[in-house]
Design a protein around this ligand. Structure first.
Ligand SMILES: [Zn+2]
Length: 122
């Protein structure tokens, strides 16, 4: 018979007792869960920050009083735009897919050009 040694997920101490036990005790369980929650909170905070930054970059590219602007991939990247972060997609009847960051959207055009548009709740 193979006896699998189990170790506490928090402190790595060998665990005695029930096979489904994951922690030495409640302290270890609580510490572990708090740590996991903190990691999740940090991750969410980072993503939220990136989304807001993306939105502000798009906002900054549209001249005051205008509704849209053309820009390049280089310019977006230089400003720190992260293409992997967006809040939602909007597909037009023509099949163009806008990537939105809250109230600003960006559409890939020919070459490395992009169209940046302002708002309209979608
Ligand atoms: Zn432990």
């Amino acid at each position: 018979m193979v006896i699998e040694k189990k170790y506490c997920l928090h402190c790595n101490a060998p665990i005695q007792g029930r096979i489904d036990k994951k922690f030495c005790d409640d302290n270890c369980r609580n510490s572990y869960n708090n740590q996991q929650n903190a990691l999740t909170t940090n991750y969410i905070r980072r993503v939220n920050h990136s989304l807001k930054k993306n939105r502000n970059i798009l906002e900054g590219l549209i001249p005051t009083g205008e509704e849209m602007a053309k820009t390049t991939r280089d310019r977006l990247l230089r400003d720190g735009f992260q293409f992997k972060y967006f809040t939602h997609l909007y597909e037009t009847k023509k099949g163009n897919v806008y990537h939105y960051c809250y109230d600003y959207g960006v559409l890939a055009l020919e070459g490395d050009w992009f169209l940046v548009v302002k708002g309209k709740e979608v």
